[in-house]
Design a protein around this ligand. Sequence first.
Ligand SMILES: Cc1ncc(COP(=O)(O)O)c(C=O)c1O
Length: 349
Amino acid sequence: MPYLEKIWANKILTNGGPFHQQLEKALCDYLGVQHLALFSNGTLGLVTALQALRVTGEVITTPYSFVATAHSLLWNGIKPVFVDVHPDTLNLDPARIEAAITPQTTAIMPVHCYGHPCDVQAIQKIADNYNLKVIYDAAHAFGVQDAGGSVLRHGDLSVLSFHATKVFNTFEGGAIICPDAKTKQRIDHLKNFGFVDETTVVAPGINGKMSEVNAAFGMLQLQHVDGAMAKRQSIAAAYRDALQGVPGIRCLQSAGEQVANYSYFPILVEADYPLSRDALYQKLKDNNIFARRYFYPLITDFPMYRGMPSAHRENLPVATAAAQKVLCLPIYPALTLQELQRITQLITE
Ligand SMILES: Cc1ncc(COP(=O)(O)O)c(C=O)c1O
């Protein structure tokens, strides 16, 4: 209520108001990054990141993601070229990227899936060799750190989502992490229709601005996010403990991150589990437990992508298998140990 009262007193509801400015600064400090531009959602962040770097032609990306990753390319008239993922991390497999590069390729858009960092070094090496941009879809990677600091520092740009389902959320929201002030300025113009001042429009920008109400919720959430992640960490540990050694259930391991955010708890239901993945999903549902088949179907199975040569299942065996096996178990700070035990009992009994 005090935050809302402040908004009414300020009489500024949007267009880069005081809460917007505060949240940008607070997030830079919290995440350990230099420059960040808030957005009204992560998808507009992805669309704008591609615009900001003037990406065209073909972009190499992963089929194992939320559909917004590839949609952001289509919204820019760019052709996605799908490359398979690595079986351990389910992130874009760097060993398969080079074979997909053509003279039209201008960028790579990997995803830090479930907040597990991509093989950023290998991806950057390929990008440098072929003069490609790298835009990370970091929608899941809030607060994740590798040995050198925030994973958001990698690539040319990284895009976060602050959707209600995320570890840190502003109900709807997102951000682009930029390497320098000049890039942030271009992005700030692009998210405000291209306006530089009252009478000057320098680019065909979009409306991607975050409102003051959303930014105020972000300021509030930021006070609780460490506690929320600590609770998630203990929930993840309890799941691992309870599911360890259960035949046919494989828990995805971390990808070497020093600080994780425990945003998801994916398990893979393998062939030696007595039920199929969908039967287990249904069994949990019948018991009022709503696990998610995330990511299923693959992006490449949707009608606007499946006709593309790179979308064929033979090109994507690892992602195809993972989409058939994956189940993300409930994980959120208020999940109690008793509830967790009820879930794991249904899986193990
Ligand atoms: C990997 C990934 N990319 C992009 C998005 C899109 O973000 P938003 O919902 O904030 O537009 C999401 C989630 O919603 C996501 O999980």
